[in-house]
Ligand binder design. Structure first.
Ligand code: ZN
Length: 488
């Protein structure tokens, strides 16, 4: 509540002192620097609209996405999230002024949600199309999502045309938190503050005194003087706002930047779910298995030593505080056991002394690619060597999962591999990143061949040739962002 009152004070008391950037009030269309707009009246004087809930029986579960162009970055990211989630969508190039696609088919709505890559294209629609779209949204309980991406020409402070909502642009933000009262939260949790700077210095924050606006994400400005001081400690500014529909009967979610910030991706998915009455929604269950291939494979001088093995176990224990029973799945090639320096061989010994702490899977005796073996019995012979190694060292041999080096022979199917796996190891499950093709990762699918289930596999961009954390191409920050995207 405090932030709402503070905002009202800010807008009606202090705001007039702010001059729009560039002077003269000339800014992008859809934003007005004029704070004395007679349409802006404190919300308590206006009757609040009621919102029609998303009517699941009257609209098709399809998202209408207005993109800036076929190649615009944000538009592609929006589409990628919808595709990853297996949601149906249709893209249209934002006309600015012009035709709206047909929204209804007889008395059925063709879309359950409308997304604008650039929200200004929505607020600047010509009156005819705007009325058409808004009427459709009210009538069918359809929500709108939109992004406001500031550029160097954006006004520092402006009003969103036709809405009791003010925007302050080109800010650097830090310490993002989630409003626990936001009704759209589902995957996104409000427990912790994301400390540190948010990516970019082109953030927009939203301010309003109308009760239809509920913050979703809040953050502080990086420099204390970016916005006038609000009096009550460090101010939290709204970087993602939810319009509850009390202003004009349409629910909206507006983002003050693009999708580069990882929390925006979660809020985006939650907003799609909320605004479609959970029709376009994913379950909260996630199945996660972390395979660590190439155990024992590294060259001398690059292998795990005692502290590395200890770190592996400690990391597993740390992850178990978040994910009960989380267990690394180690893929071993027995031929290279004890093939390191003395120090590294001690690492091998320690790892095997922890054998019961981990899960294990065969990764071929000598890390050979199975598709190079045409003779099934020769291939089986290689597998038997690894199996014998496992038995000698107490490595479990009954877990039923295997990964082929480079996923060779899984797809396209090399029948000798499937047969030998079943015969020697009783394999029931494997994984590959090749079906139906490598890229894009979100289109990978699973299949079953000859009684073996093949899971689609994600990679995190961390491969055997990266030995040291600090030497990851692009640095540890790049590694953490590539790992995050592999998990999302
Ligand atoms: Zn490997």
């Amino acid at each position: 509540m405090v932030s709402v009152f503070v905002s009202a004070y800010f807008l009606y008391g202090v705001k007039r002192e702010l001059e729009p950037a560039g002077g003269g009030g000339v800014g992008p269309e859809g934003l007005s620097a004029d704070c004395d707009d007679p349409k802006v009246t404190p919300s308590r004087l206006l009757p609040l609209k009621t919102v029609r809930p998303s009517d699941t029986s009257r609209t098709d579960p399809v998202v209408l996405v207005f993109v800036e162009s076929l190649y615009s970055q944000l538009g592609q990211e929006i589409v990628a999230i919808l595709e990853s989630s297996r949601f149906r969508y249709r893209t249209e190039i934002s006309p600015g002024k012009g035709d709206m696609p047909t929204l209804t088919d007889k008395d059925r709505g063709r879309f359950a949600l409308v997304i604008y890559e650039n929200i200004l294209k929505y607020v600047n629609l010509d009156a005819w199309n705007r009325e058409l779209l808004d009427k459709y949204c009210v009538e069918y309980g359809v929500g709108i999502m939109g992004f406001f991406k500031a550029n160097e020409n954006s006004l520092l402070s402006a009003q969103l045309k036709g809405f009791p909502l003010f925007l302050h642009s080109n800010l650097g933000l830090k310490d993002c938190s989630v409003n626990p009262k936001s009704p759209l939260l589902f995957i996104t949790k409000a427990r912790e503050v994301e400390r540190g700077p948010l990516p970019g210095d082109d953030w927009t924050v939203f301010q309003s005194n109308h009760s239809t606006y509920e913050p979703v994400l809040l953050a502080k400005t990086k420099s204390a003087d970016s916005l006038p001081p609000l009096g009550l400690g460090p101010a939290l500014h709204t970087s993602v706002v939810q319009d509850l529909g009390l202003h004009d009967g349409i629910q909206r979610v507006l983002f003050g930047n693009n999708l580069n910030f990882w929390l925006h991706k979660l809020v985006f998915v939650d907003a799609v779910s909320f605004l479609t009455g959970k029709r376009l929604s994913l379950s909260l269950d996630r199945y996660l298995l972390v395979d660590v291939d190439d155990i024992f494979v590294g060259k001398e001088g690059t292998r795990m030593k005692v502290p590395d093995v200890k770190a592996l176990l400690e990391t597993q224990n740390h992850l178990r505080t978040y994910v009960p029973n989380f267990t690394f799945n180690l893929g071993f090639s027995g031929k290279f056991f004890h093939a390191g320096t003395d120090e590294e061989d001690l690492g091998d010994d320690l790892l095997l002394s922890y054998v019961k702490e981990f899960w294990w899977f065969p990764h071929m005796w000598s890390h050979m690619q199975p598709h190079l073996f045409h003779n099934q019995s020769v291939l089986a012979e290689q597998m038997l060597l690894n199996r014998r190694f496992a038995a000698e060292h107490g490595i479990p041999t009954n877990l039923g999962y295997a990964v082929a080096p480079h996923h060779s022979g899984v797809y396209p199917v090399h029948v000798q591999l499937y047969d030998a796996w079943k015969k020697v190891w009783g394999i029931k499950v494997t994984s590959t990143e090749e079906y139906p093709h490598l890229k894009p990762a979100r289109f990978r699918r699973g299949f079953i061949h000859s009684g073996i289930s093949v899971l689609p596999r994600q990679t995190c961009g961390l491969f055997t040739h990266t030995i040291f954390y600090k030497e990851y191409p692009g640095g540890p920050k790049e590694l953490s962002s590539s790992t995050l995207s592999a998990c999302s």
